[in-house]
Structures are given as structure tokens and as C-alpha cells.
Design a protein around this ligand. Structure first.
Ligand code: NAD
Length: 232
């Protein structure tokens, strides 16, 4: 049975994806910021990349080697650039990208040895089209596009694929924290399909990208955004 590690799965997209993948026959290890009393879970703060060692060592000891990594944890910040403080900038970049880069570097040796691996990065359409007052968040997410392409090339001969999914607005606690009810109505007006994505739609795409059917897809970014990136 393939083993999956999914970050940021105490809530939102990651939580629903973990549930979906478990019922689909995968063994899933979850991590998030919240302390939860569930099987195969550890609470780790990824804003400090050194904590990745704690996560990796715990997973390896108690769960085993990882076949599939879902780099999902992340947080959104809206701020004009001249109001961002350096500490906060570094913290967000660590949480959204650097810790995942480091975690990936730790799981890849086993995948290479085993000649199988799937890495799925949850980016954002904010990294695809840009979003005013979200330049930092946008930068942390577009980092995954170069990462997926280059690492996809590096690992292609080992039957390891590396892809990104860029969701549009998804109905999760992150969205509820970012938008007031009034802002949600305004946002719905500019989404071509006039709806928020459901977390299970992202989970379904993850499930496909990690399947054998998707073995030829690597280095790609897939926008799952209800039409937001099509133009206006
Ligand atoms: P969420 O707030 O419901 O869940 C975020 C998860 O990430 C939680 O489990 C949280 O504990 C974890 N997390 C955040 N910062 C962390 C840290 N420093 N250390 C450890 N864990 C941390 O949000 P969500 O909407 O499910 O977001 C999941 C991913 O999808 C994020 O990377 C987000 O940027 C991305 N995304 C979300 C949307 C959206 O509209 N909700 C759109 C595009 C991309």
C-alpha cells in the first residue's frame, strides 16, 4: 500500500484530501499546526524549517518511507509591500515554500531508490495571475512552478513526477478568514463559474496526479479555478 505524507491536513483542502486518499486505499500520514488526537498525525510548525527534521524523523520512525508527498500547508497574507516586516516575510516564505523544499529533499532519496514517487505541490492562481496586495503570498506560490519543472526534469528517470495544482478560491477556513461575507459576494461576481471550488475537487485532482494513469504528467501546473485564469 502506497504511503502518503500530506502537510497542512488538519484543516481545509489537506484534511479533505487526507480523508479521500485514505478511503481510496492509501496509507496517509497527516501534519498540521493544530494539535489533534488522531492516528498517524503530528503537529509541527513549518514556519521554522528546522522543525522539518522533527517531522521527517517522526514519520520515518513511526510510519515508514514516503512514496507520495503532498506539499499543501500554507497561509495567505494580504498586505501592501511597504507594510510587510522582514520577520513576517521570512516566516510566510518558510511556511509556504522553504520548509516544503527541505521536506522534499529528505523524502526524495527513498523515492529514487524505489524508482517511484509522486510529489504534488499546492500552489495558487495568485502565483499564476498575480493579486494586488498579495505579492508575498503570490511569490511563495509561483516558486512552485520553477520547482516543479526543474525537479520534474531531475527526477524523471526515476519514475518520480512533480506537479503543482493552482486552486482558485476554495471554500475553506483560509478563505473564510481572508474574506468577509460582503467580500465573498464581490469575489463570486468575478469568478466565471460564480462559485467557490469545493475542497474535494482539489482532492480528486491530487488523487489523479498520484495515480499510475498520470505517470506521464510531470513538471506541470494545473489551474483548478472555476475559470478565474481564463481572462475577462
Ligand atoms: P486552511 O487554513 O484551511 O488549512 C491550512 C493548513 O496548513 C492547516 O492544516 C494549517 O495547520 C497548515 N499550516 C499553515 N501554516 C502552517 C505552518 N506554519 N506550519 C504547519 N502547518 C501550517 O487553508 P486551505 O485553504 O485548506 O489551504 C491549503 C493550501 O491551499 C494552502 O497552501 C493555500 O495557500 C492553498 N490555497 C488555498 C486557496 C483557497 O482559496 N482556500 C486557494 C489557493 C491556494
Amino acid at each position: 500500500m502506497r504511503k502518503i505524507l500530506i502537510t497542512g491536513s488538519s484543516s481545509g483542502i489537506g484534511k479533505i484530501a487526507a480523508e479521500k486518499l485514505k478511503v481510496s486505499g492509501y496509507q496517509v500520514f497527516q501534519t498540521g499546526r493544530k494539535k489533534l488526537d488522531i492516528e498517524n498525525y503530528i503537529s509541527v510548525d513549518l514556519s521554522d524549517p528546522k522543525n522539518v527534521n522533527k517531522l521527517y524523523n517522526h514519520v520515518k520512525k513511526n510510519f515508514g518511507d514516503i512514496d507520495i508527498l503532498i506539499n499543501n500547508a500554507g497561509e495567505c497574507v494580504y498586505s501592501p509591500i511597504d507594510e510587510m516586516k522582514l520577520d513576517e516575510t521570512v516566516r510566510i516564505f518558510n511556511s509556504n515554500f522553504i520548509s516544503h523544499y527541505y521536506l522534499t529533499s529528505l523524502v526524495v532519496p527513498y523515492m529514487k531508490k524505489n524508482k517511484f514517487g509522486r510529489i504534488v505541490n499546492i500552489a495558487s492562481i495568485s502565483g499564476v495571475v498575480g493579486e494586488a496586495s498579495a505579492s508575498l503570498y503570490s511569490a511563495t506560490k509561483s516558486a512552485y512552478f520553477g520547482f516543479s519543472k526543474s525537479l520534474g526534469l531531475e527526477l524523471a528517470e526515476y519514475n518520480i513526477t512533480v506537479n503543482s495544482i493552482s486552486p482558485g478560491w476554495v471554500e475553506t477556513p483560509l478563505t473564510n478568514a481572508a474574506l468577509s461575507e460582503e467580500e465573498k459576494m464581490v469575489t463570486l461576481d468575478v469568478i466565471p463559474q460564480r462559485r467557490f471550488i469545493e475542497p474535494v475537487e482539489i482532492a480528486n485532482l491530487i488523487k489523479y496526479l498520484i495515480s499510475d494513469e498520470a505517470k506521464g504528467i510531470t513538471g506541470q501546473n494545473i489551474n483548478l479555478c472555476a475559470g478565474l485564469t481564463c481572462g475577462c
